[in-house]
Design a protein. Structure first.
Length: 85
């Protein structure tokens, strides 16, 4: 199983979008500071994820979510979640 996930940074209040085949392990690595892209943005909270059966579909969705349209879509579907943070 492959996962596309969205993290929210308590430090800079921005979103991070990623993809992995081991979500639990990846979250631990992010919050330990072992992922360079988020090392200085900790602590991070998982606010959304989607599961895919194959790597290609997961990476395609991750790429789309990182576009302007994808980020706007995320903000619309997570409006209540983001208000509560």
């Amino acid at each position: 199983m492959w996962y596309v996930y969205v993290l929210w940074s308590k430090r800079d209040r921005k979103l991070y979008i990623g993809c992995t085949n081991d979500l639990k392990k990846r979250l631990i690595l992010h919050n330990k500071g072992e992922i360079p892209a988020t090392k200085f943005r900790r602590p991070l909270i998982l606010i959304h994820y989607e599961a895919y059966l194959n790597k290609y579909d997961a990476y395609s969705k991750e790429k789309w979510l990182k576009t302007g349209w994808g980020r706007n879509h995320l903000k619309k579907i997570l409006v209540q979640t983001l208000k509560g943070l």
